[in-house]
Design a protein. Structure first.
Length: 395
């Protein structure tokens, strides 16, 4: 199984040093303490003037008995005042740098949607000694994730990324059922973006990042990618790169068709094509096995259905999708899904382990997006780990 550069960049000595740093941080005032029964000091960084906050990431710490919310930073005066009132932040700042310097938080929610800011702010958060919770997409390219993960490793800090569906009880139950033979041997994963007005490159980085994360949850790390990305029915070039309103880095193309190879012969695909939306319907993933199939309709909470194929008859074949019986009977919202991620993130800090929705998993999703562009631009397979770590659309 191939492992990206960011997963192999540290020696054992560096790993032990990072672990020691975390233990030390827990005893230094103003640094990340995870002692049982103590409240961790937290802050939120957002940007109302550029796309607002991510889903529920402004209220990530509100009402938690184990966290003391100290402040919020937002450069937009009206948005900052509104956010401070909403989350009951005692203090608020126009400059996130001032917040980090004066408040010295131990936990930070990097809540803005604009991933072009994530590298700079995330790096400053880590260097201040705080653990980081990031909106997705984690960053805009692998080089940025490499640096953030290295900084967290060096300082013994934990990064979590808001891929809420990864930790969904319904998907945990589905993964266990598939491991128990629900659909036989897993053979293929077919992922479809939302394929709305953002169809193509924007859909791939904004929503496809969730789907790439889930593909790895069920099939492990990909080995290579072969892809084609079109803009107005022609193959893209770097000249087609554009920046969207919510700046997640350069995007290109209005149609994406990508294939991924996984271990054990498992094949994967991702499609985002507006004219295919009526056929595929709800965005999500179909998992095909040797004895059946499962379909995840992406959302909060995700809906899961299972297909038991019928036999072919002269008049055709009737297949029926039925709700997965293992789906927990719960009503879930973004705040509840985020609370589950925060619970695991704080437990990971205490237990000195990676969170389930880790920075490494967030980095993998970005790496898969970049592999699609690299393959599309070169007409060749892109193997993991990617050798080119910068953004594929930037020369």
């Amino acid at each position: 199984m191939n492992t990206p550069h960011f997963a192999t960049a540290f020696s054992r000595r560096e790993f032990l040093a990072g672990t020691a740093a975390l233990a030390t941080a827990a005893t230094v005032p103003g640094r990340a303490s995870a002692a049982e029964g103590s409240k961790l000091r937290a802050a939120v960084i957002g940007h109302t003037g550029r796309g607002d906050y991510g889903h529920g990431l402004d209220v990530l710490f509100t009402g938690r008995a184990d966290v003391e919310l100290a402040a919020v930073a937002d450069p937009d005066p009206a948005g900052r005042a509104k956010a401070a009132e909403k989350i009951k932040a005692p203090r608020h700042y126009a400059d996130w740098r001032e917040l980090l310097d004066k408040e010295r938080p131990q936990l930070v929610s990097m809540a803005m949607r604009q991933a072009d800011q994530h590298h700079e702010i995330g790096l400053a958060v880590l260097r201040s000694g705080a653990h980081l919770f990031s909106e997705k997409p984690f960053v805009t390219c692998p080089a940025e994730s490499d640096e953030l993960l290295a900084e967290a490793q060096k300082r013994g800090l934990r990064i979590a990324v808001a891929h809420q569906m990864r930790s969904s009880p319904a998907l945990a139950a589905l993964k266990q059922a598939i491991g128990g033979g629900l659909i036989g041997d897993l053979l293929e994963l077919r992922a479809f973006g939302k394929q709305d007005a953002r169809a193509g490159g924007e859909d791939m980085i904004v929503l496809g990042s969730h789907l790439f994360d889930l593909m790895r949850l069920f099939a492990g790390d990909p080995q290579w990618c072969a892809a084609r990305v079109l803009h107005q029915s022609r193959d893209i070039t770097r000249a087609d790169a554009r920046v969207m309103k919510d700046n997640v880095g350069p995007v290109a193309g209005d149609e994406v068709s990508a294939q991924f190879a996984f271990a054990n012969g498992v094949a994967g695909s991702f499609t985002s094509r507006g004219r295919q939306r009526d056929l595929t319907g709800q965005w999500g993933i179909e998992l095909l096995g040797s004895k059946g199939a499962a379909r995840i309709l992406a959302n909060i909470p995700p809906q899961v259905f299972v297909l038991k194929p019928g036999a072919w008859k002269p008049e055709g074949r009737a297949d029926e999708w039925r709700k997965f019986e293992g789906t927990p009977a719960t009503v879930e919202t973004f705040p509840l899904a985020n609370a589950r991620l925060v619970d695991d993130w704080l437990a990971a800090i205490r237990e000195k382990r990676e969170p389930a929705c880790s920075g490494r998993n967030g980095a993998w999703a970005v790496e898969m997006v970049m592999a699609v562009y690299q393959s599309a631009l070169t007409g060749q397979r892109a193997s993991f780990p990617l050798k080119t770590r910068g953004h594929a659309l930037v020369a």
